[in-house]
Each structure stands twice: as structure tokens, then as C-alpha cells.
Design a protein around this ligand. Structure first.
Ligand code: 9MR
Length: 377
């Protein structure tokens, strides 16, 4: 009887297929992860670097996307020496304070960047000739800023980029005048001024074996001095089709053995040719612009877009595989327009290194990265 009644209603199979596909897509939209931070909430924090325009919410798209997608914020420039401490006795805290307020309003922790770095130093620091004055600057700078934001920010990159590619200490005014233990000293001062703030060492290329060994030795030295260090930031400025996956994985394992948090703090993937053989993020290296070095001024060819998506996918697969060791992954900027890579190492190029395009639209790589999170760990 039942069979007979049903057999009278004939539904063409293609309609059934359409209805099935539609309900699947509705179901996926309703139950799937809504954003990067949602997708990775059980794995690691997902951050972005923010600039002044974004901190002041002058860009409506950014103002909407940032709190929706990210649960960690790093000031791209506004806590660096030349901005926050321009003269011996003058501090400009306005922008950093606005960032704290922005973080509070949106309930997003702030990752301070950075207390001691050889680059973007104020002119008065570059002019300091003797060790005693530099020591005084060093103590005042770290303790004033770290104390002001203690309990208000989550962490500090206490020292940034202190190493050479071979793992030795980079030559800088700090090394020259204060000696190699200036790094330990910086952590010691920060620890005293900011007992409630996590303290990190941050550098690029420290996934590479020699530089990694240098970073491990440095961290061990800090630990052996009885000084607190809570984490290490591998910056992650890499090149499409040339991402050092093996070294990255080895580094996650090696650094986490030191008993500290491992983070990827400045992730982006350049798609443009590099004027040098070496992979570097040294901001002092610059070259001239020309058509060969700026091959995609209008749009990125599909073939490159695919490599880009693939590399981001593989990277997040790796981070996800090591989600127990990886504490945070921060992208160095929100969208392609904002990236420093449009102006470095050659000024005025069109680069495509991030997960959101120039119109703030999520790229294919964004969706792939979200998909990785939903796959079984
Ligand atoms: O993204 C930053 C860019 O806006 C600045 O002009 C540049 C100047 O030094 O610094 C960039 O950020 C750097 C970060 O602070 C440390 N690691 C390398 C980053 C890219 O240069």
C-alpha cells in the first residue's frame, strides 16, 4: 500500500540532487566555523598586526574584520622606540594607549612589540656615544614602558632580532656598548617592571639551523641566569614556493623542548622576486624598483595564487599538527594593501602576502586555512 502511494509521486533525480546540495550548503553555513579565531579556538591564538589607522578604527572594513577574525593584536609600529620614546624625557603613549582601549573594547589581548631592537631607534639613542648613557636609556626605556602596560598587555617581545644568520650576536649599539649580556639584562629589567606580562625573544629566520642554534643558546643563557623568558617568536617572513617546512617543524620541536611557548609572530608569504639570494627580513636592506621585480602590478596570476594557497594550507597543517606546542600564529597585517612587503626591499611594488586581498575579501587561501582547522587533528 505504502509503496503504491509513493510510486505515484515521481521526483526527477536532478531535483533531488539540487535539494540535497542546497541543504548541505545551508547546514555547512550554519554549523561551520565562522572565522579564523573560531576555527582555531581549540588549537592556538590567531593574531594580526595593526597600524594606526586600524587602531583608530578609521577603516570601516578593518574595524569589522579584525574583531571578527582575530584574538591577538600586535602593534605593527606604535610601540617601537622611535614612536613611543622620541626624546630622552619624552614618551608618546597616545597611540599605544588607544590600542589598549581598542583591545579592551573588543576583548582582544595585546602582544607588545618591541622593547629592545637595533632598528627604528629614536635619533637621540643613535647619538648616544658612551656606555653609561646607553645603559641609563636602556633601563629607563624598558622599565617605563613595561611598567606602564603591565597587567594591560599580554606579552612583550623584549628583544627583537639580536642574532646574525650564523647564530652569533648581531652587531648593534647595544652589543657594542653594553656587551653580549645586554639581552639577559633586558629580560631582567622587564621581569621586574612587568611581573604580570609574558616575556618573549623574537627574530626572523630562527627556524634555520645555525640561527636556531644561536637562539637556543641565547634562551638557555637567559634561563641559566635565573631570568624569566616565557616564549620565542619565529617571525615567519617566507617566500611562496620556498617555505622551509622541514626547518619550521624541527624548530617547533627544538624550541618547545626549552619549556617555553613557541609562536609564529609575523607571518606573511611574499610572491615577488627577491633582489638577493638570501632570505631576510632585515629592514635596512633596500633595492631599486623595475618591471622585472614588480611582475604583477594589476593582479596575481592563477598559477601563483594556487602556489600561495598551497603553501598557506601546508603551513597551517603543520601548525595544526603541532597545536600542543604552537601557542599563537600572527599574520603581519590584515590585507595585501597594508603589507610592508609592498615597500620592502623595493619601494612601491604590488605584493600579495596575506589572507585578505586589497578589497578586504578573504582569498582562497583563507578558506583553505579554515578547512584545515576542521580536519581531524
Ligand atoms: O611592518 C613594519 C613596517 O611598517 C616598518 O616600516 C618596518 C620598519 O622597520 O618594520 C616593519 O615590521 C618589522 C617588525 O617590526 C620586525 N620584524 C620585521 C618586520 C618587517 O620589517
Amino acid at each position: 500500500m505504502k509503496y503504491k502511494r509513493m510510486s505515484r509521486i515521481i521526483i526527477p533525480s536532478n531535483i533531488i540532487l539540487v535539494v540535497l546540495l542546497f541543504s548541505c550548503s545551508v547546514a555547512k553555513k550554519n554549523t561551520g566555523p565562522l572565522s579564523l579565531k573560531e576555527a582555531y579556538k581549540n588549537s592556538f591564538m590567531i593574531g594580526t598586526a595593526v597600524n594606526a589607522v586600524q587602531i583608530e578604527e578609521k577603516e570601516p572594513n578593518a574595524a569589522k574584520i579584525i574583531p571578527q577574525e582575530f584574538n591577538a593584536l600586535t602593534p605593527e609600529n606604535s610601540m617601537k622606540c622611535e614612536i613611543i620614546h622620541p626624546y630622552w624625557d619624552t614618551y608618546h603613549f597616545e597611540l599605544a594607549d588607544k590600542l589598549i582601549a581598542y583591545g579592551n573594547k573588543n576583548n582582544i589581548p595585546i602582544m607588545g612589540h618591541t622593547l629592545i631592537w637595533h632598528s627604528q631607534l629614536s635619533q637621540f639613542v643613535k647619538n648616544i656615544k658612551n656606555a653609561d648613557s646607553l645603559k641609563l636609556f636602556f633601563e629607563n626605556h624598558i622599565s617605563t614602558i613595561a611598567a606602564r602596560y603591565d597587567g594591560k598587555i599580554y606579552s612583550w617581545d623584549v628583544v627583537n632580532e639580536a642574532l646574525n644568520e650564523d647564530g652569533s650576536m648581531r652587531n648593534s649599539t647595544f652589543l657594542e656598548k653594553l656587551g653580549p649580556d645586554y639581552v639577559i639584562e633586558a629580560f631582567k629589567i622587564a621581569q621586574k617592571a612587568a611581573p604580570k606580562t609574558e616575556l618573549y625573544y623574537n627574530d626572523y629566520n630562527i627556524e634555520q639551523p645555525k640561527k636556531r642554534a644561536g637562539a637556543i643558546a641565547l634562551i638557555k643563557k637567559i634561563q641559566a641566569a635565573g631570568v624569566r623568558i616565557d616564549g620565542v617568536g619565529i617571525q615567519g617572513h617566507w617566500k611562496v614556493n620556498n617555505v622551509p617546512f622541514k626547518e619550521i617543524e624541527e624548530s617547533i620541536i627544538a624550541f618547545s623542548k626549552l619549556g617555553i611557548k613557541v609562536m609564529f609572530t609575523e607571518l606573511d608569504l611574499t610572491v615577488l622576486p627577491n633582489p638577493w639570494e638570501v632570505n631576510t627580513a632585515d629592514v635596512n636592506m633596500k633595492a631599486e624598483n623595475n618591471a622585472y621585480f614588480n611582475p604583477y602590478p594589476k593582479e596575481l596570476p592563477d598559477s601563483v595564487q594556487q602556489m600561495f594557497s598551497k603553501d598557506y594550507t601546508e603551513l597551517f597543517k603543520l601548525f595544526q599538527k603541532h597545536h600542543k606546542e604552537v601557542f599563537r600564529v600572527t599574520l603581519w597585517g590584515l590585507n595585501d594593501q597594508q603589507s610592508w612587503l609592498n615597500n620592502w626591499p623595493i619601494y612601491g611594488r604590488t605584493n600579495y602576502p596575506l589572507l585578505f586581498d586589497r578589497d578586504f575579501k578573504p582569498k582562497n587561501a583563507y578558506f583553505k586555512v579554515i578547512d584545515i582547522a576542521t580536519q581531524k587533528k
